[in-house]
Design a protein around this ligand. Structure first.
Ligand code: BV8
Length: 234
């Protein structure tokens, strides 16, 4: 482990699957039930804001009852026990990394439990439903409140900081992501070019599995704690 001082972990929906949250592209996933253009694009929100609010309201309610799983907990342990740096870049908008104890965390696609006012730019912690009638607590105007998530066609958050950690990483671990969505799907190529050792931990090979030095397949709650145990015992 000593040879891997800076560790960067990219996580996706597969990490939270065993906590009971749906993934996107698995057979009964979210995109099997919704067209992403209707519920995860600015155009879709403009066309039918209440449909989008209902989509995120149901995911916010489902989130209330879920807990981090053994894979989230193993990642928090890695951050606590590793002598070097551990940065988690998550595509997930759930709050399970935080609930497991992870601290050095970047939500590149935003957060389900936050709301953003498009009129005044204020962000708030948010666990209730949102609607077109919800007034902004900061500017009190209605009609501007939206989930603080990054939709398709919008720029993911903290990209500068993400490229900084990717290009100074010694070890890059990708967990529970299908490698379909950019720019996240391009991170393995970026960090590999900068010299990192790259590992994919996923239920099955992702679209970019061929780009990884090592791939381990199986449920995250089994392969992630096992991999992190080995890493910390080296
Ligand atoms: C941008 C919102 C530019 C929040 C999401 C053509 C070519 C290339 C790119 C594009 C293109 N056309 C458009 C683009 C860009 C587009 C894109 O990549 N489209 C793809 C679909 C082609 N990207 C964007 O628009 C991004 N923005 O590019 O901006 C820009 C530049 C300048 C100025 C302005 C803008 C924004 C992308 C973010 C979109 N928002 N979500 C929400 O509702 O959640 S994306 C959505 O997909 C989620 O964030 C999710 O995290 C993400 C990726 O999905 P995964 O996490 O990988 O989940 P998935 O279901 O796919 O896979 C799960 C995996 O887990 C599977 O492999 C499965 O096997 C595994 N698994 C399942 N169970 C388990 C498991 N593994 C382990 N254990 C288990 N138990």
């Amino acid at each position: 482990m000593a040879r891997f001082s800076n560790v960067v972990v990219l996580t996706g929906a597969g990490l939270s699957a065993e906590s009971g949250l749906s993934t996107f592209r698995d057979k009964n996933g979210i995109w099997a039930k919704y067209d992403y253009r209707d519920v995860a694009t600015p155009e879709g929100f403009r066309a039918n804001p209440q449909l989008v609010h209902d989509f995120y309201n149901s995911r916010r309610r489902a989130h209330a009852g879920v807990k981090p799983n053994a894979a989230h907990l193993a990642l928090a342990r890695l951050e606590r026990e590793h002598a070097g740096s551990v940065t988690i870049v998550t595509q997930n908008i759930d709050a399970l990394h935080e609930a497991a104890g992870s601290r050095n965390l970047i939500h590149m696609h935003g957060e389900l439990l936050k709301a953003l006012c498009a009129l005044c730019g204020e962000r708030q912690a948010w666990t209730d439903d949102l609607s077109v009638e919800t007034p902004c607590p900061a500017c009190s105007h209605k009609g501007g409140m939206r989930p603080d998530v990054v939709w398709f066609g919008e720029m993911p958050y903290e990209m500068e900081r993400i490229y900084e950690v990717l290009t100074s990483a010694h070890l890059f671990i990708s967990i529970g992501t299908s490698g379909n969505v950019y720019p996240a799907a391009g991170f393995v190529a970026t960090t590999r070019e900068a010299g990192a050792h790259t590992v994919e931990l996923n239920l099955e090979p992702s679209e970019s599995a061929h780009l990884f030095d090592e791939t381990l397949h199986g449920p995250a709650t089994q392969i992630v704690p096992a991999y992190i145990n080995r890493l910390l015992s080296r």
